[in-house]
Design a protein around this ligand. Structure first.
Ligand code: FES
Ligand SMILES: [Fe+2]
Length: 474
């Protein structure tokens, strides 16, 4: 698989995006049933996809299904250790007459289990070991003993690990996961996601296309219009940048005194003259209204103490510096050791990464939250499976036990900020169907992650839905 620029389908290039050229793209990727069907052929079988966290498979014999579009993949731990070799992935289908080996009813998140030593098909009893080899089939003589092991084994799927996540790719010719993650992977490795654990995880079937759902979380440009209550605490000017397949959003700042290595992410001073107070208020408001994400209890508590520990004259930079030092010490005292992140990596890492095609992860030094994954739901372009989760570093032995919980759309389950995002998603899906909609006009500076999603989708989708330059360039 080549780099996006060389595939020749998309009408715009990474350079066009870096130059912040004005673009638009058609709406068929969101609305067309036929496009959704084409994704099953052209997109999902070709891309690396996150399946689950490694720690969800503590014991040999732990297994689950990962379901996307019409595909179902069985992932299983076959040995101890945290390397890809300890896992296997197979298409969830029996080579005899095509029954799913593991029954996956419509609408379930995943099917999981433990202590598996083989797979027995429920239809005619063909049996497979955990390497996918057929170990039993009834009456082989009826095939005149001409069935070969290659004909009767399970179909394997490529699997690799990154950041404590298990990824699969159904395309045997795909690039490696390392190459796929590219610079995005290199930067985020400094944050040691593999040492984090789920704090919570929940999902819902949502009435919009999966792209509308992920796009609602890709850019901070919407904060001023959607999360208006947050404006009391901070300035929300954003920036974004494409990194090939993936892309990053950042907080930008119009005021020089707020600029520092950390300020492109969540560690920044809020509005107001007293930086001690505003730094705390900004982070507390975000933390409490976004389901205890975008920070940690340690960071919030350390920010709260700024007013006691620093003089009123402290500058935003001094506040951030002191805040991070004391939070780092607080965490160290409870056994959570921060990774060392060079300032230039911190600055480049920004706020949140859109990982093509269907993930977005907001990261910090000891957390990756909120993070999102979306998938299509059935054959309906107006529906998707929406998942949100929070990862955090915990002292050893204090990691919470979590599982995927299906949650109805209510403020109680999702908090006020996500409910505000949800309120857009459904009505973007409806609004784009209007004959009066002339096509999206994404912000070239702040919404590159959205544009990049469509640019890369077009590369997989044989050019369909490709962004084009607006006819207003110099
Ligand atoms: S379909 Fe699986 S044994 Fe027949
Ligand atoms: Fe939002």
């Amino acid at each position: 698989m080549n780099r996006p620029e060389t595939l020749g389908f998309a009408n715009i290039t990474g350079k066009d995006m870096d130059e912040e050229k004005l673009v638009t793209y058609p709406t068929e990727a969101f609305l067309s049933r036929e496009y959704l069907a084409a994704e099953k052929r052209l997109l999902w079988p070709k891309v690396w996809q996150m399946v689950e966290r490694v720690e969800d498979f503590p014991d040999v014999g732990d297994w689950m299904t990962y379901n996307v579009a019409d595909e179902s993949i069985i992932v299983m731990r076959v040995a101890d250790g945290n390397s890809a070799e300890a896992f296997r992935a197979f298409h969830n289908v029996c080579p005899h007459r095509g029954r799913q080996l593991i029954s996956v009813p419509d609408g379930v998140h995943s099917v999981r289990g433990k202590n598996r030593t083989n797979f027995v098909c429920g239809f005619h009893g063909w049996t497979f070991d955990t390497d996918g080899n057929n170990t039993y089939l009834l009456d082989p003589q009826d095939w005149h003993h001409k069935l070969t092991p290659e004909m009767t084994c399970l179909s394997t799927v490529k699997l690799d690990l990154w950041g404590g996540f298990i990824y699969i790719n159904m395309d045997p010719d795909s690039v490696s996961l390392k190459e796929w993650m590219g610079r995005c992977g290199e930067i985020l490795e400094y944050f040691e996601f593999d040492k984090m654990r789920y704090k919570w995880r929940q999902w819902a079937v949502y009435p919009c296309n999966w792209k509308v759902a992920i796009e609602a979380f890709l850019e901070p440009y919407h904060i001023s219009g959607t999360h208006t209550q947050l404006l009391a605490y901070g300035d929300y000017y954003g920036a974004s940048q494409q990194y090939g397949w993936h892309s990053v959003s950042k907080y930008d700042t119009r005021e020089e005194k707020f600029k520092m290595a950390q300020s492109s992410g969540t560690v920044r001073a809020g509005k107001g003259d007293d930086a001690r107070v505003s730094t705390y208020e900004l982070i507390r408001e975000n933390y409490e209204t976004v389901m205890n994400t975008a920070s940690t209890e340690t960071l919030v508590n350390a920010a709260k103490r700024l007013v006691d520990e620093l003089p009123e004259t402290a500058t935003p930079a001094e506040c951030i510096d002191h805040w991070l030092k004391s939070a780092k010490a607080d965490d160290a005292a409870r056994g959570v050791i921060w990774p060392e992140i060079p300032p230039e990596i911190q600055a480049e890492s920004g706020l949140a990464w859109g990982i093509f095609p269907n993930q977005n992860i907001l990261h910090g030094v000891t957390f990756a939250s909120p993070a999102y994954r979306v998938r299509p739901f059935g054959d309906d372009p107006d529906k998707c499976i929406f998942e949100a989760y929070a990862l955090e570093r915990f002292p050893e032995g204090e990691e919470p036990e979590t599982e995927w919980v299906e949650c109805e759309r209510s403020e109680k389950e999702w908090g006020p900020v996500l409910m505000q995002d949800f309120s857009n998603m459904e009505f973007v899906q409806k609004g784009m169907k209007s004959a009066g909609f002339r096509g999206p006009l994404p912000n070239p500076h702040q919404e590159q992650k959205v544009v990049n999603l469509h640019r890369n989708l077009a590369n997989f989708m044989e050019g369909r839905g490709a962004p084009t330059l607006l006819d207003v360039q110099d």
